[in-house]
Design a protein around this ligand. Structure first.
Ligand SMILES: Cc1ncc(COP(=O)(O)O)c(C=O)c1O
Length: 431
């Protein structure tokens, strides 16, 4: 693929630890030439894209994989005997294998394609939850969660008569782990927790949460939408029961995501949706199911999405997840240092950069975050403003919204400098 990083190391199969023997450095300025969308002007200024927590830009390798699939191989999977269908099926299943190796799953059948993180969490709530959560049972969430990891559990709790409990945050937006013993008990069926907060960047202490949950016999679902994107993940070592993430936040297409779970757990679960592709034998009154993961993939799947995500995994693996992590950390430290010097800025989230990922959520004096975002946009700088689908986090800090700059592998210190200049423009408007 030739990503023009400063390394020539090839991506090889295996869990992240074995794939990347040593940390490499990436050259973000070169890397960004692989992302056509970054090469444009917005409102007369070169684009600075800092809305990566919402969605990332796509490299040419992914765009090419998508168009070449449609140009050459387009056919439905698992159905046809003809050549195009064979090619489409092979590419689709190969992508599953790539994702499995990338997150250290023990087998490709542990990768269920979904529409994204939201869909994956709804699948667990709808398939596992309906059969395993009953009257009087409890589900433990955290105040840090994205709405995608709250609302499906609210719907399930309402249907099953279960109770939701919440792990609170401290003043820096970190989980108050000391409350875990009080919140977990033998009625707790599931703990649903994010790997990394999209609103603050807080990296959650998953080992502590997972082991406490397991001590009480509860399963753990990790919302990895902001996790697997930025650092190597090894799901077996992590030890959670479910891990969910979205393709579009990690250089892949929209409409494709992943639910990982151990094969035995997936096998025990009832199907989520019924239809073609997910059956064994269909009778008049009942049917049998296909083996996992196809049992959970009713209907024509997002074939090109899976293939595009496979290409994104190849791209990220070639750049190197440890190189991406190191680059983002350097950039985060730089961004935090610079933004804290802007008078009137309040940065949310952990003070210690080691406890956070490459997200900088902030307010600036009396300027409404929407105004901050609008003025930055006039200078070609894309940041997010709002509650970031994390209204409980906003409530915790007593604000309605924040502005959020989120960094990724192709961002540079120049991008951060442009953001800081933009914030001075905001100050000049709001005094
Ligand atoms: C932490 C977190 N969870 C879940 C989601 C939902 O992801 P998707 O909209 O791709 O399903 C997001 C998206 O921003 C997120 O940041």
């Amino acid at each position: 693929m030739g990503t023009s990083t400063s390394t020539s190391a090839e991506a090889t199969p295996g869990p992240p630890s074995t794939r990347e023997a040593s940390a490499r450095r990436l050259d973000a300025a070169k890397l960004r030439t692989h992302f056509p969308a970054l090469d444009q002007t917005v409102n007369g200024h070169p684009l600075v894209y800092l809305d990566n927590a919402a969605t990332s830009q796509k490299p040419t390798a992914v765009l090419d994989a998508i168009s070449s699939y449609y140009e050459r191989d387009n056919a439905n999977v698992h159905r046809g005997i003809h050549e195009l269908s064979r090619r489409a099926t092979v590419a689709y299943e190969e992508a599953r294998g790539k994702v499995a190796r990338w997150i250290g799953a023990s087998d490709a059948s542990e990768i269920v394609w979904t529409r994204g993180t939201t869909d994956a969490i709804n699948l667990v709530a709808g398939a596992w939850g309906l059969d395993n959560v009953g009257e009087g049972d409890e589900i433990l969430l955290t105040v840090l969660e994205h709405h995608s990891n709250i609302v499906p559990w609210q719907l399930l709790a309402a249907r099953r008569g279960a109770t939701l409990r919440y792990l609170e945050l401290d003043e820096q937006g970190r989980l108050v782990l000391d409350d875990l013993p009080r919140l977990l008990n033998d009625r707790t069926r599931l703990v649903a927790v994010s790997h990394v907060s999209n609103a603050l960047g807080t990296i959650n202490p998953l080992p502590e949460v997972i082991s406490a949950a397991h001590d009480h016999g509860a399963l753990v679902l990790v919302d990895g939408a902001q996790g697997a994107v930025h650092a190597a993940v090894d799901v077996q070592r992590m030890g959670a029961d479910f891990y969910a993430f979205s393709g579009h936040k990690m250089c892949g297409p929209t409409g494709i995501g992943v639910l990982w779970a151990r094969r035995e757990l997936l096998q025990e679960m009832a199907p989520y949706q019924g239809g073609g592709e997910m059956i064994g034998v269909v009778g008049r009154d009942s049917s049998t199911w296909a083996d996992v993961p196809h049992k959970f993939e009713a209907g024509t799947p997002n074939i090109v999405g899976a293939i595009g995500l496979g290409a994104a995994v190849d791209f990220l693996a070639e750049v190197g997840m440890s190189a991406i992590e190191a680059h983002e950390r350097e950039l985060l430290i730089y961004a935090l240092d610079r933004i804290r010097d802007v008078p009137g800025v309040r940065v949310f989230g952990p003070e210690d950069h080691r406890e956070r990922s490459a997200v900088v959520s902030f307010t600036l004096g009396d300027a409404h975050p929407h105004d901050i975002s609008t003025i930055l946009d006039m200078h070609g700088i894309a940041v997010r403003a709002g509650h970031h689908c994390a209204q409980l986090v906003m409530k915790h800090f007593g604000v309605a919204a924040t502005a959020r700059a989120s960094l990724y592998l192709y961002n540079t210190k120049d991008d951060v400098d442009r953001l800081i200049e933009g914030l001075h423009q905001v100050r000049s408007v709001f005094g």
